[in-house]
Design a protein. Structure first.
Length: 115
C-alpha cells in the first residue's frame, strides 16, 4: 500500500507540526480544446536562441497537449520538415509561414501571419 504523503510530491513544502496534517496535491484541470473556428493562431518567424536558424512558430493554441501534438504532427508532415509541439506552441523548422497559414485556414482555424 502506498502512503498518502509521498515525499516526492511535497518537495518545496514547509513542514507542518500538526499531527493530523495530510498534504493535498492540486489536481490539474484538463483544458478543453476549442473548436478550430474559435482558435486564434498567429504564425511568426523566430530566430532567437536557435543559433541563427529560422523556425516558424504557431502560437495561441488553446487545448489539450494531445490535440496540440496532433496539429503539430499534421503541419510537420504537410511541410515535410521537423519540429516540435509543446507549451501551446508548434515549432516548424525553417521559414514556412505562408504554407502553414494556408494549411491552418484550410483546416478551419483562424490563422494570421504575424511578421
Amino acid at each position: 500500500m502506498k502512503p498518502d504523503n509521498d515525499w516526492k510530491q511535497r518537495l518545496g513544502v514547509v513542514y507542518s507540526t500538526n499531527p493530523d496534517f495530510a498534504f493535498q496535491t492540486e489536481e490539474e484541470t484538463a483544458q478543453e480544446t476549442l473548436p478550430p473556428s474559435r482558435q486564434k493562431l498567429i504564425v511568426t518567424l523566430d530566430r532567437r536562441n536557435r543559433g541563427g536558424k529560422q523556425v516558424t512558430l504557431v502560437s495561441g493554441f488553446i487545448g489539450t497537449p494531445e490535440d496540440l501534438s496532433d496539429l503539430g504532427k499534421t503541419l510537420k508532415i504537410k511541410c515535410g520538415v521537423g519540429g516540435t509541439a509543446k507549451d501551446g506552441q508548434v515549432t516548424i523548422q525553417g521559414d514556412h509561414r505562408d504554407k502553414v497559414t494556408t494549411l491552418l485556414k484550410e483546416m478551419g482555424y483562424n490563422a494570421k501571419r504575424g511578421n
